[in-house]
Design a protein around this ligand. Structure first.
Ligand code: ADP
Ligand code: ZN
Length: 720
């Protein structure tokens, strides 16, 4: 079978993600590979699909024991023979697995690096075609997650001379990549480094004042969605989890201070959609394959961009729009700076923190800035970050800037940011009284500007290099030579207007459900999720293993009514179609019967106008492929054979094309006999609630594809 057919059959997808195809070709050609792809980029496919094409077994080395079972379950749910071997299994389970191995049926086996030695004894006489080393950065002491057990992997190339090796990771700079290759003995491996861009993540940074309330509003808007909230300390984790639980959200804390069981429990519930929100320290989420995390919030600022990037990467792995929101506060920066100063290589840590801070304060496209950190350069602004969505307006802020600069000088450069704002606003608090600054000339000179706005203006002035923070002197603000230019030489300053928090950004990433065109579609989506949850509970599976959110969304938008249409949904492979197709189809048709009156018009139900545009992402290609073959002069039957689809599906593709572009001669396609039959009864059937009832009207003699085609033509005529 060809690659694309396998992709549809086993995984239900219509096309490859960037680089996947090239990588798979190289793997099949027997080459060694070093692959760097961001989290969610689809690394697993790079060895899972080849494993189906290779004669021998594919050995997958992964350090994430806790996730092995999930990964294997997910493969089995797709009808792929896979198993795993690690220290969490008891003797019986290991025995079972070894029998499967000897039977020669297994395509993939996952193993923890610690258990390789043990497994090796059982691999005698078993052909190993491919070795995949996942999370390969763990092999390098240069990486951030070194695991001693990984260093034993160097013998692979000698022990399995016939197998080629693919090393995969989401994080490795050039030096780390070279180190990984050297250690695995694959110096000549081809390197594939894919873009680090995750366009479906909306990036947003907000000032951290009032972040609890801001977060509450955010959660309100994202009810029922899964998300992770990262915090700096265990204490914040705990208190935040209890506060947002008290607001009525479903949240739990996760940090290294909890027992192993407690942590397992939180993770398990989160994966199973049994728990919506996890407030976590950085310990949470490594390798979690939960594709429907819709938001990642940073309650506190991460200490560097690598960490930030990894953490936001846990959102939106299914490709659906997701939100990464960071709260930026000076208190955090100061705290992190203290940590960094106390660490081993403090200079580097401080420099990294500085970059993180610059990112948070940027007034240019955030994605550009983020990617430039990874040496990737975007030509255009991304259009999906708060800066792009809400390009700040600048105003001539020379006067307020002069006030602030003057206050800095008059306080003898001995006021911190907060105190300086109090001075400018003429506050009458203890800090002021103690400092004696109520007597200086600029005291109260900036009353007309709110506290929050002052804070942001001064932060901008810091970024523009007019002011600096003396971290070693109690964070006092100092004026720079450029600042003096403003104060004494009439240099102009322009600052960005601060939008009100509610206005930011104007066009939020749309949530899964909101993207659906009508209320009926949205309700159907909810109903589908319920069905999925029931099936998941019954089968003791995580819901995403049945179908991803992206798949349910496609169903809710296109409302499949028969097996043909169901097979066409993204994420529906043969195995899952067989296992779940009937249940979902039944549920959908019942839902439709229940909601008859809400369905305005038959064709709109099946192909809602708006949904067509949005949900066709990957589908567009499949329609186009059919159209191209059709233009080559192939018949429906021929195209169906080439593309391995039912003729009805091919007709559907062409009808879709006709509806969007009007450039297909549909009349040529329909059997005149069918057309006449449909035309004769058109008045009778044109208002039917479903295509299915029309199908039954003709006793099943006319297939769905022809029916839809005929109806489209006749509707068209009727409209003229
Ligand atoms: P990574 O290991 O790189 O973090 P995964 O292998 O877990 O990423 O893939 C992330 C998600 O993308 C999974 O849900 C996977 O099923 C999905 N995926 C992988 N390849 C494709 C594809 N070609 N089309 C659609 N979805 C895909
Ligand atoms: Zn942008």
């Amino acid at each position: 079978m060809k690659k694309l057919e396998l992709l549809k059959k086993y995984f239900g997808y219509d096309s490859f993600r960037p680089l996947q195809e090239e990588i798979i070709d190289s793997v099949i050609a027997g080459k060694d590979l070093m692959v760097v792809m961001p989290t969610g980029g689809g690394k697993s496919m790079c060895f899972q699909l080849p494993s189906l094409l290779l004669d021998g077994i594919t050995l997958v080395v992964s350090p994430l024991i806790a996730l092995m079972k999930d990964q294997v379950d997910a493969l089995r749910a797709n009808g792929i023979a896979a198993s795993y071997f690690n220290s969490s299994q008891d003797a019986t389970q290991q025995q079972e697995m070894l029998e499967e191995l000897r039977s020669g049926r297994l395509k993939l086996i996952y193993v923890a690096p610690e258990s390789i030695g043990l497994l090796n004894n059982h691999l005698q006489g078993i052909p190993v075609s491919l070795i995949a080393v996942d999370e390969a950065h763990c092999i390098s002491t240069w990486g951030h997650d070194f695991r001693p057990a990984y260093t034993q992997l160097s013998y692979f190339k000698t022990s399995f001379p016939d197998a080629n090796l693919i090393a995969l990771t989401a994080t490795a700079d050039r030096a780390t990549r070279a180190d990984i290759k050297k250690q695995l003995g694959i110096q000549n491996a081809e390197e594939y480094v894919s873009s680090f861009d995750r366009p479906n993540l909306t990036l947003e940074v907000r000032p951290g004042n009032n972040r609890l309330q801001q977060m509450r509003r955010f959660l309100q808007k994202n009810k029922d969605e899964s998300g992770i909230i990262y915090c700096l300390s265990r204490k914040t984790c705990e208190s935040l989890a209890s506060k947002i639980s008290a607001y009525g959200f479903d949240a739990a804390a996760y940090h290294a201070g909890l027992s192993h069981e407690e942590r397992e429990n939180v993770q398990e519930k989160f994966i199973k959609d049994d728990l919506k929100i996890v407030c976590a320290t950085i310990a949470f989420g490594m390798g979690i394959d939960k594709s429907n995390v819709r938001f990642v919030l940073h309650y506190n600022m991460p200490k560097n961009i690598e960490g930030y990037y990894q953490e936001i990467g846990r959102a939106g792995r299914d490709g659906i729009n997701s939100h990464a929101l960071l709260f930026h506060s000076y208190a955090d920066v100061i705290q992190l700076r203290k940590f960094a100063e106390g660490s081993g290589n403090s200079e580097l840590q401080i420099a990294k923190l500085e970059r993180m801070k610059q990112f948070a304060e940027a007034l240019t496209c955030r994605r550009k800035m983020l990617l430039s950190y990874f040496n990737e350069y975007l030509d255009e602004d991304c259009g999906n970050c708060d800066v792009c969505l809400n390009k700040p307006d600048f105003f001539d802020a020379t006067l307020p800037a002069q006030k602030a600069l003057s206050a800095i000088i008059r306080t003898n450069e001995r006021a911190s940011l907060n105190l300086l704002i109090d001075v400018l606003r003429g506050a009458q608090n203890a800090a002021i009284m103690e400092s004696g600054f109520q007597h200086i000339k600029t005291y109260g000179a900036g009353k007309e500007i709110t506290w929050n706005n002052w804070q942001q203006y001064i932060v901008q002035m810091i970024n523009q290099g007019l002011v600096e923070i003396a971290f070693h002197e109690n964070n006092h603000l100092k004026i720079t030579p450029q600042g003096k230019e403003v104060l004494f030489n009439g240099r102009k300053v322009s600052l960005a207007v601060i939008p009100k928090p509610e206005e930011l950004p104007s066009r939020r990433a749309q949530r899964t459900k909101e993207e659906l065109p009508t209320e009926v579609n949205r309700d159907l989506y909810e109903a589908l999720r319920k069905t999925r949850l029931q099936l998941a509970n019954a089968g003791n599976l995580a819901p995403y293993m049945i179908f991803s959110d992206a798949t349910l969304k496609d169903m809710a938008a296109r409302i499949p009514l028969d097996d043909n249409e169901f097979a066409d949904i993204t994420g529906v492979g043969t195995h899952k179609h067989d296992t779940y197709g009937a249940k979902f189809l039944k549920m959908i048709s019942e839902f439709k019967d229940d909601r008859k009156k809400d369905f305005v018009y038959r064709d709109e139900i099946i192909k809602p106008k708006k949904a067509k545009k949005k949900s066709t992402g990957p589908k567009k290609d499949t329609v186009m492929e059919t159209v191209l073959l059709f233009r080559e002069g192939k018949t429906i039957q021929e195209i169906a054979a080439i593309r391995n689809y039912q003729p009805g599906t091919i007709l559907n593709h062409l009808t879709k094309r006709y509806e969007s572009h009007n450039d297909i001669d549909l009349e040529k396609l329909i059997d005149p006999k069918d057309y006449d039959l449909i035309a004769a009864d058109f008045e009778q059937i044109k208002d039917a609630e479903s295509l299915k009832s029309i199908f039954e009207h003709f006793d099943g003699k006319i297939d769905y594809g022809s029916l839809r085609l005929g109806l489209t033509l006749l509707n068209e005529k009727a409209a003229i």
